[in-house]
Write a protein that binds this ligand. Structure first.
Ligand SMILES: [Zn+2]
Length: 292
């Protein structure tokens, strides 16, 4: 069942449908009913946002819509900002989560921190932070730092939403935090057609935008080749209309859509994005990994 239909009010539905790529969901979305968990029983990441679980800033949305304009494409890269000082500042809405869920969020942060130079720290004063909340409306996040226009006292947080279903798989928490750090989905990369076949006829009508591909000007692979095992890869039946596969790997005997945690390539890319220019040693990347 498509997400908007859970709203009884047609106006709310229409507003939501029109705004699902906005930086923030409409208030009704955030504060909406809490009894619709079942709609995410298949995959809580596959919601109504851009590519299911991505919140786009107005600038990112514009850049994607104007596909022919190269400068806008480059703009998308520059607007997908990295967190300054390699530090993600966060504010967790404690009351939204139980002890086990808070521990899983902490574990995911520690996992990422232990495998890179990234640090996480709670918001201390009036500063930009990602608000980690648990509204029952799916798993979603903005991509990269979203502090455009942030001023002192500005109460427009960037969001990372984790409803209770998101905690079924540890890798889902890691996946959403990697969006917050600036990663898009694996199968969105410019050369994906060399690695996977998108079966358009199996995709639920109206959900085709979730399978958009970026140009080489939009995303970088940081010199790491396509990774079927990435925690950022969609599962093979994402947004399926009929239970059949929507993504078929062109290589045999590979699995896609794992949500156990970061793959080796995910770790390398994260380090290349944030750490290699920082002068800090990358302890996790062993010589063996570098040779790949
Ligand atoms: Zn995602």
């Amino acid at each position: 069942m498509p997400f908007p239909s859970i709203h009884a009010n047609d106006d709310v539905e229409a507003k939501h449908a029109a705004n699902h790529q906005d930086t923030e969901p409409p208030a009704s979305f955030v504060d909406g009913p809490t009894n619709h968990l079942d709609i995410f029983s298949v995959d809580p990441e596959l919601g109504e946002h851009f590519e299911g679980d991505i919140l786009l800033s107005p600038y990112q949305k514009l850049a994607i819509e104007t596909d022919t304009d190269l400068s806008e494409r480059n703009g998308l890269i520059s607007s997908t900002k990295r967190w300054p000082n390699r530090t993600v500042v966060y504010h967790i809405v404690q009351d939204d989560f139980d002890e086990e869920q808070l521990q899983m969020i902490k574990d995911a942060m520690n996992d990422i921190a232990n495998k890179s130079c990234i640090k996480f720290r709670p918001k201390e004063k009036d500063e930009h932070a990602v608000t980690i909340q648990g509204s029952e409306c799916g798993c979603f996040s903005s991509v990269g730092l979203q502090n455009e226009g942030h001023k002192e006292g500005d109460e427009e947080p960037q969001l990372l939403n984790l409803s209770s279903n998101c905690f079924k798989k540890y890798g889902t928490i890691v996946h959403e935090i990697l969006h917050t750090l600036g990663f898009y989905h694996m199968q969105s990369t410019y050369d994906r057609d060399e690695f996977v076949k998108i079966v358009w006829e199996n995709i639920e009508p109206g959900k085709e935008h979730n399978f958009k591909k970026y140009t080489v000007n939009t995303v970088t692979d940081f010199g790491v080749s396509y990774d079927y095992g990435s925690v950022m890869h969609y599962p093979e039946k994402a947004f399926s209309n009929n239970g059949n596969k929507t993504i078929i790997p062109l290589q045999e005997n590979v699995e896609i859509g794992q949500r156990e945690g970061m793959s080796e390539s995910d770790v390398i890319k994260l380090n290349r994005m944030y750490c290699e220019e920082s002068g800090e040693p990358i302890s996790y990347i062993t010589d063996t990994l570098k040779e790949k």
